[in-house]
Structures are given as structure tokens and as C-alpha cells.
Design a binder for this molecule. Structure first.
Ligand SMILES: [Mn+2]
Length: 246
């Protein structure tokens, strides 16, 4: 029965490699923290992992199978050419194949008005895809900014974020201030047409959204946090996916 079908939520994986052993060279390997899939399952959705297609139509066809997508984070940076910038000396490693696929996923999902959640680097790519720009290294480029690469367990909060009232995010989390983890050295500088919906005490942008649909980006990792306000983000995504699937 269609009404009881769980909404399908596509997750973009990271790419790493297997550990080399004698006569077994390291091979490329998709990787995804289980917390992403668990968060979608816990919210009532059916998670599926989206391996990288070789061309943009593969990304669009993968998105067509999904009711919503999550563009995940990872320990890599977004090529500055994607937002018309020169590489800063502290720009980190890039994963161009991954970024190209995720750009295709975002483009297709936005085009089809399917719900999108961008997490950490996924939020940054959402901003870039919408025409925004990034800080390439917060500590070097943002005067007075605190360290956003916390040295403690990412399941624990690293700083607070003020939620901008009147935003979708405010309605979703139901609080003015949330405690968030922080494992990023880049950040959104200019959100383009997106609305800034959360800000750290030092002014670093912590969440963005499009006003007319569910296209939400959060700089933190709600799937790693235990609080109801964090689980609410995945629940809102799955509810939007269910509505979009009707
Ligand atoms: Mn942060």
C-alpha cells in the first residue's frame, strides 16, 4: 500500500580506500558513517546509499529513485573554483569525483523540488550550488572566530548556535539556542539566495535554508547528537519526503 511505504532517502557516501596488505593493493571504497542511515531509519525513512555515477545524468537518475536526499560531510574541501575563488594556502584535500557527483545530486534534487538536507560539507556544497561562497579556513580568514574543529568526541557539543526566529529550522528544532558539535575548518561565507537560519557565537554561519521548500543545510552533524532537537531534523526531512512522494 503506497501510503505505508517508507520514503526513500538517498545518502551520498564518502570515498576512501581499503587497507593495503601484501599482494592486496589498496582499492577505492565507499564509506558512510552508520549514524546517517540510523538517523533516517529512526525518523521513519528508508536510507539508500548512492554510489557516484560517472556523468550528471546518473546523479539525476539516482535522485529520481529517491523521495529526498542527504548530502553528507567528510574530511575534504570543496574546490574554490566552484565559487569563483582562488585556492587559499590552507585549503585542504579535495575529492573532485565526489564533489562532481554531489553537485549533480543537489542540482537534480533542487530542480525536482525534492527535500534536501546538507550536513557539514553538504551544507557548504548546497550554499555553493545556490551561488554562495565559502571561507576556506575559518581560523585564518575569520577574525575572532573560535576553533570549529573540536578536539572532543563529536557526539558531544562543541559550541552553541543561535537559531534565527521565523525560519523553518526554528520551527523544526523548537528552540532559540541549540548545542552543536563542530568538526569543520571551512564555513559558508555568503549564503547566496539562501536564508541564514543559525549562527555560532563568533558569527560563523551554522545553518541555511531556502525559504520556499525543504532545502536545509546544517554545519553540525545532527545524526551524531542524542537530543530530540537533533533527531527532529531527520524527522522533518522524512516528513517532507513523505509529503513530496504523495
Ligand atoms: Mn561550528
Amino acid at each position: 500500500v503506497a501510503e505505508r511505504r517508507r520514503p526513500v532517502v538517498g545518502l551520498t557516501p564518502d570515498v576512501g580506500e581499503t587497507a593495503p596488505r601484501p599482494a592486496r593493493p589498496a582499492l577505492p571504497q565507499y564509506e558512510l558513517k552508520q549514524a546517517y542511515a540510523d538517523a533516517v531509519l529512526g525518523a521513519g525513512g528508508l536510507p539508500v546509499i548512492l554510489p557516484y555515477g560517472e556523468d550528471e545524468s546518473a546523479a539525476a537518475e539516482a535522485v529520481a529513485l529517491c523521495d529526498a536526499v542527504v548530502v553528507t560531510g567528510g574530511a575534504f574541501d570543496i574546490p574554490p573554483e566552484a565559487y569563483r575563488a582562488q585556492a587559499h594556502r590552507l585549503l585542504g584535500r579535495l575529492k573532485p569525483g565526489r564533489t562532481r557527483f554531489e553537485q549533480g545530486v543537489l542540482r537534480a534534487a533542487l530542480e525536482a523540488r525534492k527535500p534536501v538536507l546538507g550536513v557539514c560539507g553538504g551544507m557548504q556544497l548546497l550554499a555553493v550550488e545556490l551561488g554562495g561562497t565559502l571561507w576556506q579556513d575559518i581560523r585564518e580568514e575569520v577574525p575572532g572566530a573560535s576553533d570549529h574543529e573540536q578536539k572532543i568526541d563529536p557526539r558531544q557539543p562543541g559550541h552553541s548556535a543561535r537559531i534565527v526566529s521565523g525560519t523553518q529550522l526554528a520551527r523544526i528544532v523548537g528552540a532559540d539556542i541549540v548545542q552543536v558539535n563542530s568538526t569543520h575548518h571551512q564555513a559558508v561565507r555568503d549564503a547566496g539566495p539562501a536564508v541564514v537560519s543559525a549562527v555560532a557565537p563568533d558569527g560563523v554561519i551554522e545553518a541555511i535554508e531556502l525559504p520556499d521548500r525543504f532545502a536545509v543545510g546544517v554545519q553540525w552533524h545532527p545524526e551524531l547528537m542524542a537530543g530530540a532537537e537533533h533527531r527532529a531534523l531527520y524527522r522533518a526531512l522524512v516528513e517532507a519526503a513523505r509529503a513530496a512522494a504523495r
